[in-house]
Design a protein around this ligand. Sequence first.
Ligand SMILES: [Zn+2]
Length: 263
Amino acid sequence: MHVADRLMKIKSAGRFLADGATSLFFPPICLGCRRIVAAGGTLCGSCWGEVHFLEQPWCAVSGVPFVMDMGEGAISPAVMASPPAYDRSRAAVAYDGAARRLAQSLKYQDRTDLAPWLARWMARAGREILADADMLVPVPLHRQRFLTRRFNQSAELARAVARISGVAFVPEAAIRIKKTVPQVGLKSKEREDNVRAAFKVPDRAAERVRDQHVCIVDDVYTTGATVAALATCLRKAGAREISVLTFARVLPGDFRRERPAPI
Ligand SMILES: [Zn+2]
């Protein structure tokens, strides 16, 4: 046996022991609240109850669910009144309850271990997009912010979705050239101004993007200002089709109020 093979064997045995030890000393905990659950990578009953998965029937463009079925390909009045800069967007869940805690843990508590789980939900919500997309492009962070935070939550999600779907992960397709202030707390118009001209497709990436179906990946869709700015920049660089896939989406307030009460 070669030395390298032998080393590999020792390594995998070590990993096996380490995995066993992990499950022995650290019982599986709920991804949403850290209560002990039966299997790793799941939510406890109370967190599950809080997750609002976005399901069809939905607006063919925005992916925001309709209260009633409007027929295949129906588009919401909001999208008709103000068509977005991208072709389609989908999100796995409403940004609320346990889903909100998951998104915040990934972003602010360095819980990169959550990304593969959240990505599974995203792959399910975005299956039509992923069947046809040429590449996944995470919303880039400014270099300085990346240095202080050490990771980009959108890139973690995009990489995990790429692993599940087989679509190429191309983080170098866009860079953030303007150091924007965090969007939290800004109103819709302020968010647009903040991210305008924030992104750039570097010259070396232009050829890669041209005539391609690019799927932008982000953690949370709030007003859509960030992904719209990135979509505009990718479109200018020659992308043929632009989709958006996020883990969570802030739903228009009236949607929730209009949800029919259980009988
Ligand atoms: Zn829980």
